[in-house]
Design a protein around this ligand. Sequence first.
Ligand SMILES: [Zn+2]
Ligand SMILES: [Zn+2]
Length: 350
Amino acid sequence: MVKKMNAAVMYGPNDIRYEEVDRPICPEGGFVLKVKAIGLCGSDIRNLTTDSRKGNYPYIYGHEVVGEVCEVYPEVENYKVGQMIYVYPEAHCLKCENCRSGHNEQCTEVEHYTDRPGGFADYIAYTKKRVDRGATYVLPDGVDPILATLAEPMSSTYACVENINVTLGDTVAIIGAGPIGIFLSILSKMRGAEKVILIDINQARLDMASKFDIDYLINSSEKDPVEEVLKLTNSIGANKVISANPSTIAQQQSILMAKKSGIVVFFGGVPKGALTEIDTNIIHYNGLWIYGHYGANSIQVQKAFELAISKRFPAREIITHVLPLRDINEAIELTKKGEALKVVLLPSED
Ligand SMILES: [Zn+2]
Ligand SMILES: [Zn+2]
């Protein structure tokens, strides 16, 4: 008889039902995790509230997974029942040209997490491919699984500030005060940035950001953020500007607030098909370097995990809400309104 479990199943945009489904069976050469804690990501919210799978439902999302190994296929040696692990959502092949050149985030043979059911459930199964590729990390004793879920959202921000070498003396302007903007701000300060300016249109998010070590918070629905950044930098502009939000307007602004020879990063994706109108002469004459950013390479994934669970990182302040998985719809609302910074969901105990 197939065992049952609870899961938050998506039936369509904004139609997420917490219900009983079949518990996954252990794939040949794979393993099964009992999900202990799972983060709710901005991308989950976008996926759960739009027709992200083009009618291909029901589907279980969830990719910021920390869980306990509860079943291992007989010959598998590197996983043991009882281990608590964090699983990075993408399993890079480590063999393709992009992987070998250090760009695992562009792996051409990646097993993407949406290929299989995700972790908004009591249990999640992983295949032999995952066992072969790894990208799973054992939690040291005493590390709280709730805090370890931050390793995933940390990874891409860690990679971003490392790739653009945020360093001593830098002024960094970040547009978007969601969890990603907060991570970018904290990591920029840790790397020695002199001034971090965090910008958002939502005052509730800025209020939440105020408890972190961030030098300036700007509400761009009240003040022109470009003028404000210029004011704070003696009309010079920021060394590094990161647009970490889905707005094309913010991308336009980001170019205008960068210092000559500065760096601008388009971190957040904009809605599919949206085009950003920019005066490329500003890029040309000011000698700007414009980067796109997505994901992290496999070493950055590992380092981000180690930092996320270390005492140096204020994980407890970032996770504002811990809710049972059955309250996922409420979690989405709280995050959308800016009342919650980061919600971690807990599946049922049995
Ligand atoms: Zn995520
Ligand atoms: Zn690859």
